[in-house]
Design a protein. Sequence first.
Length: 202
Amino acid sequence: MLWLQIIIFGGLKYFLMFKAKFNPIFCYNHKMKKATKKDIEFIKQYFLQKYDDAVTELAYKNDYELLIAIILSAQCTDKRVNIITPALFEKYPTTKELALANLEDVKELLKTCSFFNNKAKNIIKMAYDVEDNYEGEIPHVQKDLIKLAGVGNKTANVFLIEADGANLMAVDTHVFRVSHRLGLADGKTVEQTEAQLVKKLK
């Protein structure tokens, strides 16, 4: 996702450059100190100035298409997902059709996507659960989203950020590691790290 690339690559690169200007040995010190208020403000302002209009590159028209695209984008490029989804959405335009889909047919449509076997099973089960429990409407509550097949904390947050502009952070292994490296967080879990990043970067 575009905004994940921002914090992983842009944030690390420019924050290290900023720190190195004042402390040349900074970049060689693998043990990071806690980021100061000045450091945090620098990162925030850089993101706001450089990426103020950053949005997802995934193509979608509604909540159903957005959630499917996010699920498929795990360990797969947005470009590849955008190639795959038009045919998928044409054949299965809503959760109602997808919930009744033949697994092998869905696998065939997703075969160029990484982990397509598991993703095919997950999106069918997700669609079934949405039809069965949410009257065909994708929920906009995090605790309900993560009950759906193929939807973890990160996927739920990405959906809510894109759909509702929610003040959340999608923390995966990379964001977890880099945020600790930058001294922005010291949480032991993804959830703790997410809470710290939201508080500091909101």
